[in-house]
Design a protein around this ligand. Sequence first.
Ligand SMILES: [Zn+2]
Length: 226
Amino acid sequence: MARAVVPVQCPGCGQRDVLWCEECEAPWWESPLRSESAAPRLDVPGQPALPVWAIASLVGTNHGMVSAWKDSGRRDLDVFFARAARRGAQDIASAVGPQIAVVPVPARRRSTRRRGIDLPMLLAEATAAGLSDAGVDARVTKALTIGSGEQRGASARERWRQASSVRAVPHLSVSGRALLVDDVVTTGATIVAAARALEVTFLTVSAGFCLASAPASGARGSGEVS
Ligand SMILES: [Zn+2]
């Protein structure tokens, strides 16, 4: 239906009549790289840096692909990025260990409603599948939630803060090591907040995994990704 009305084009480079082109697809099949050195907020004084892997750098055509997926309703990219996450997770399996809880870093509820799909959950499931492919006992664990119900009378700023604050799901009985999964890592602040939120649980965050990481300085693509 959509194709009859709007011509398809590669969300990376704009090439017409393809869902995505080979050149823009290629970076997503590279092995994930450690990216925590580019994320300043992951560097918490007195604590060992949390290893965070990212498949691609959030620049150029990669940025276009992620932005189209997250913010422009390109739901055909769900399958694309799920495959990329599954593939990438296979490569980090040996570093992750024999058993791990795969914890999605939740998106804001408004974003999930707008998209009609829970993207962090999709990525977590793909990641767990990739780890399982490589022999890891990996299980998706919805250990984090976002936002609070109590917004009455709060200022706009406070409502924003509440809507984007991440916390542990109450009465969680799962224990052991956890891998946080997010779509992009920019400053690392979200990963750090998620790891902190899990401190009240029996889970210990041992690493993070995401699709793309922002480069250390200045070289971002145009436009922010939510
Ligand atoms: Zn392209």
